[in-house]
Design a protein around this ligand. Structure first.
Ligand SMILES: Nc1ncnc2c1ncn2[C@@H]1O[C@H](COP(=O)(O)OP(=O)(O)OP(=O)(O)O)[C@@H](O)[C@H]1O
Length: 307
């Protein structure tokens, strides 16, 4: 569905995407995970064929965006990061007018709109003004709009940023159903839980480059340990003991010393905590958890995902 080799994007002197290789297969959910400014949106805009590439090569659905832009765009669905709904129109007309842009005949658009409103659970809001919708409803309407032309490939740029947890879960369910229905999804996100939940494969992007690639499980197995022990010690205004304590436990596993806690990577987190206590150290809070993509990102880049 997508094949990029050495793909680059520059804005003047600044290189936002510095040569990346990407392959997205039919029917999969593929993710670009990375912090703000990693180059995810710039990559998405090139894939959406609305921003010319600055170097390398890019093929979308077997076509070249430089010469086949309109043909590619006709087969894509795009759900942008910002809300671009038409506030002057009601919910239904936002979908109807968009469908007509694609040249879909009136009768067909009407039944398609009914189907889509049903799919995103907005049938009852059909005649409401867009401005009266909640953030989650607006995002669902945007997703419905991106599906109007029955796209082969759906691009979602940070689909759940700014939504509350419940609205995020509703959206994830809908995206999951789309995937089940065979739509290829490409998602950018800086939420590791979103990536773990939705993506079959993903690339971790940082500063315009790909730092790692694989399924969430592969990435965790390759770059982290099964368990992580999180230790918090009392911090006062004058002293942060974490650096000094880290020196006393560095043999227990790989450490990440963050401002508010120490992470110890080990296959057995309980054992780490027992040893910490044996050494006379007295954490105010401990937690043993499974490794996540956040741990992978921290190891690869030395930073957390959400700044
Ligand atoms: N039109 C532009 N002109 C100049 N610089 C740009 C432009 N678009 C993006 N950039 C820069 O390119 C870099 C990558 O931006 P991009 O939006 O692709 O990152 P991102 O990973 O999508 O981040 P976010 O999660 O904030 O959307 C940033 O430093 C940004 O300031």
């Amino acid at each position: 569905m997508i094949r990029a080799r050495g793909l680059r994007k520059s804005f003047g002197e600044f290189e936002a995407v510095k040569g990346i290789d990407v392959d997205v297969r039919r029917g999969e959910a593929f993710g670009f995970l990375g912090p703000n400014g990693a180059g995810k949106s710039s990559t998405m805009r090139m894939i959406a064929s609305v921003s010319p590439i600055s170097g390398g090569s890019l093929e979308i659905l077997g076509m070249d965006p430089a010469t086949d832009g309109p043909a590619i765009r006709g087969r894509l669905g795009v759900c942008p990061q910002e809300d671009t709904l038409d506030n002057e129109l009601n919910v239904r007309d936002n979908l109807y007018i968009y469908g007509r842009y694609f040249g879909i005949p009136k009768g067909e658009v009407n039944s398609r709109v009914d189907e889509l409103l049903e799919f995103v659970s907005l049938t009852e809001k059909s005649r409401s003004k867009v401005e009266d919708l909640s953030g989650g409803m607006k995002r669902r309407l945007t997703i419905a709009r991106s599906l109007v032309n029955n796209p082969d490939l759906l691009l979602l740029d940070e689909p759940t940023t700014g939504l509350d947890p419940q609205a995020r879960h509703v959206l994830w369910d809908q995206l999951f159903r789309l995937k089940q229905a065979g739509v290829t999804l490409v998602i950018t996100t800086h939420y590791m839980d979103e990536a773990e939940q939705l993506c079959d494969r993903l690339v971790v992007m940082d500063k315009g480059l790909i730092a790692a690639e694989g399924s969430p499980r592969q990435l965790i197995e390759e770059h982290s340990t099964r368990e992580v022990a999180e230790l918090r010690f009392a911090i006062t205004d004058e002293t942060n003991p974490h650096e000094a304590i880290a020196g006393k436990i560095e043999d227990l596993g790989r450490l990440e010393v963050l401002p508010d806690r120490i992470l110890v990577y080990s296959p057995d987190g309980e054992e780490v905590i027992a040893k910490v206590h044996e050494r006379g150290l007295d954490p105010i809070a401990v937690l043993v958890r499974r490794s996540t993509l956040e741990d992978v990102f921290l190891k690869l880049t030395g930073r957390t995902l959400v700044d």
